[in-house]
Design a protein around this ligand. Structure first.
Ligand code: GLC
Length: 716
């Protein structure tokens, strides 16, 4: 390979967009013929990808196949709930299945490589990209990261129905200053290792073949030049040798960060730090060869990156058959198939969280013959797909209004009430109130337009946008039984809505089958089982607020002076992590431990009986949290270490079992090594992080910290 051809393999360019779909400009086709392109971004579709592959394989000197990459984050054409919504299911098997289905559709469309799962843990709901992740908890994020990687990559990336997964973004991008996207990240090394790195480790441990650094810096070093974390931690400490692909123009942005004054300097720093592929900036393809020719960049470093890219192509089977992905026949067979639509509906059902349900307003009963549907989002078939909706299309999707209008026996009166969710024009509210007065029940569809979350969509307030709260107040003032359905991409501050509306169903952005799934839950065909993967504060001013906080020296006691509370708002969240109600009720028996103390070599076994005390079958997500009572580093008040979905018929009781090992008790010690220390521990088990029963046990053994040799998450 010539030096130029080597650099070509490291260059990734975007496809152009037109009404007929992705297209590549003539000039870029010439680059492919010249061996100057290694991969494309957002070029998909069997026909479009085969055309470019034909040029690469038959018209370039070496005939090296192209890789086609795309952001298949929560679906390719069949769109599943946004990842934050899917995380509410606390169901890794579901996450694995939706990723698997997305990979089947994407590979039929010629895609080899997805830029997903997004594994940015975040406690920052002002940041729009929380919709793409799995919320605030390292354990839940890690479990879902594994599941999604396994779903995308399947048993082997060599299969022509699996795609290379990308653990993105590496690392800490979810902690931007003030919640403003792309802003500086400055977190302690301890927080990095305890909170933000575990999901990365889990994704790589599950076999993710690619990593994408974040746009952010960490404490002064931009991730795209972070040799210590990319080469040092990923490649050396964790022995991972996959492909690191930059984020969009992020190598060029090193100049904006202020650590490079030329394109060449930016390119050299990125490549030496371990970034193999340059997404879109053109620096690797156009400039980096000069660095080698001037002796400023080692050819070995270039060769190392080229080998990784070529191996990814080899592992995908492209050297054996460059055309094995992408098939119009397979597109017809799998895209928007009934089974994928069914899965999308199931995923949407399981993603919904019943936040409150006073007076059993929900489920809507047989007595509801006239239903008022209020709110502009009810009729918005694009918003329900959310951001990062791949090749999803509004025309494939079924809106909430469509589904409700299609229900037999219910006469639906739809009044938007507002022109759109941001509008302050209240002229339509009177019509809405009239419709509600004449109805047996009302559904308020409220939330955020899909463009209000996702990338570059931070908000300074996480209140309901516009005059939606005023619309809700006018509707509830009629006295007609009213429930709110929320379509949104982040936790919202809902104190006022909670005061005014008796029932609130968090539906997130549920995807292509949003409408049927919402109707299934509203009318009780499906009993909601979702739990919050991220805390809902009372007010924006409480952010950051998360369940696994520290006790502090003056733990908060509301209305007690000189404790860690506020003057103007109760210190607790409105809806805590793990919260979610059901149309039935569950009762927990007293937890039982098989022993009161364990040694480092033991496993503690806990059982708890859970009963369905209502008259409707339902699924409960039983949660287990661990608390270290005393440690050489301040412990968190509780940390999720187990979760089990339990389906119970009315009156049924099941014994739920958890096994707790010393590895579940580990933490990052004073010298930044993962250790476990003897002492007293509390086990909290229950229906949410704020509603638990507690039992205590002891870990006995030597008094010195016991280093855990087999770590399940990162250390130094
Ligand atoms: C974006 C995102 C990244 C995505 C990439 C390609 O800016 O940060 O997550 O994969 O560009 O679309």
């Amino acid at each position: 390979m010539t030096l130029e051809e080597k650099m070509g393999q490291l260059a990734q360019y975007p496809s152009q967009w037109s009404d007929t779909g992705p297209s590549v400009p003539a000039g870029r086709k010439e680059d492919v013929r010249a061996g100057k392109v290694g991969s494309f971004l957002s070029h998909y579709g069997a026909e479009a990808t085969q055309e470019m592959q034909e040029i690469a394989v038959t018209e370039s000197r070496l005939g090296i196949p192209l890789l086609f990459a795309y952001d298949v984050v929560h679906g390719y054409r069949t769109i599943f709930p946004i990842p934050l919504g899917e995380a509410s299911s606390f169901n890794p098997d579901l996450a694995r299945r939706t990723a698997r289905a997305a990979a089947r559709e994407a590979t039929a469309g010629g895609v080899h490589w997805t830029f997903a799962p997004m594994i940015d843990l975040s406690r920052e709901p002002r940041w729009g990209r929380v919709m793409e992740g799995a919320g605030e908890d390292p354990y839940l994020n890690s479990i879902l990261a594994r599941a999604r990687v396994q779903g995308f990559q399947g048993p082997s990336v060599a299969a022509d129905t699996t795609v290379m997964a990308t653990a993105k973004h590496f690392v800490g991008y979810g902690a931007p200053q003030a919640g403003r996207d792309y802003h500086t990240v400055d977190i302690s090394k301890r927080t990095l290792h305890e909170i933000y790195l575990p999901p990365v480790y889990a994704a790589l441990d599950a076999g993710a073949r690619s990593v994408m650094p974040g746009f952010n810096e960490i404490a002064g070093i931009p991730m795209h030049a972070h040799d210590r974390l990319i080469n040092g931690l990923l490649r050396n400490d964790w022995n991972w040798d996959g492909v690191v692909v930059s984020d969009y123009t992020a190598i060029w942005e090193l100049k904006k960060h202020g650590i490079a004054d030329t394109d060449l300097s930016a390119g050299i720093q990125a490549l030496e730090a371990g970034v193999d592929v340059d997404m879109v900036s053109g620096i690797y393809g156009d400039t980096l060869a000069t660095g080698v020719q001037e002796g400023r960049l080692r050819l070995d470093d270039v060769n190392r990156a080229v080998r990784r890219v070529l191996r990814a192509k080899w592992d995908a089977g492209l050297f054996e058959d460059p055309f094995r992905y992408g098939s119009p026949e397979r597109e017809d067979e799998v895209i928007l198939s009934d089974s994928h639509r069914d899965l999308a509906r199931t995923a949407a059902q399981q993603s919904m969280v019943l936040l409150k349900n006073e007076d059993e307003v929900l489920p809507l009963g047989d007595g509801v013959e006239t239903l008022a549907v209020i709110g502009p989002l009810a009729d918005d078939a694009r918003t329900i797909l959310g951001e990062w909706a791949g090749a999803g299309r509004a025309e494939d999707a079924i809106s909430v209004l469509d589904a409700l209008q299609n229900r037999t026996g219910v006469d639906v009166r739809y009044v938007p009430g507002l022109p759109d969710v941001r509008s302050t024009d209240m002229s339509g509210v009177d019509d809405a109130v009239d419709a509600v007065r004449q109805a047996d029940a009302a559904i308020l569809v409220l939330g955020e337009h899909y463009s209000m979350s996702g990338e570059a969509a931070s908000r300074t307030s996480i209140d309901l946008p516009g005059r939606q709260q005023d619309l809700a107040d006018a509707v509830t003032a009629t006295g007609t039984p009213t429930a709110a359905v929320l379509l949104n991409g982040r936790p919202l501050a809902l104190s006022t809505l909670d005061d005014s509306v008796p029932a609130i169903l968090e539906a997130w952005y549920p995807g292509t089958e949003a409408g049927p799934a919402v109707a299934d839950v509203l009318f009780g065909e499906v009993n909601p089982s979702g739990k919050l993967p991220m805390t809902f504060p009372r007010e924006t001013g409480q952010i950051p607020i998360f369940y696994n906080h520290k006790n502090t020296g003056r733990p908060p006691v509301q209305d007690q002076d000189y404790t860690s509370t506020y003057l103007d708002t109760h210190w607790t969240p409105l809806y805590p992590f793990g919260h979610g109600l059901s149309y039935t009720s569950f009762a927990y028996g007293a937890p039982k431990l098989n022993k009161g103390s364990i040694t480092i070599n033991d496993t503690l076994r806990m059982t708890v009986d859970v009963s369905n005390t209502g008259d409707r079958a339902g699924t409960e997500v039983v949660q287990l949290y661990v608390e270290d009572s005393t440690a050489s580093v301040t412990p968190r008040v509780k940390e999720l270490r187990g979760m089990k979905r339990v389906h119970l018929s009315p009156g049924e009781t099941k014994t739920v079992r958890f096994a707790v090992t010393p590895e579940d008790l580990t933490f990052i010690g004073p010298r930044m090594r993962r250790i476990v220390e003897p002492g007293h521990f509390h086990l909290h088990v229950g229906t949410s992080s704020a509603d638990v029963q507690t039992s205590t046990f002891q870990l006995t053994g030597s008094t010195t910290p016991i280093p855990v040799t087999e770590i399940s998450s990162p250390t130094q």
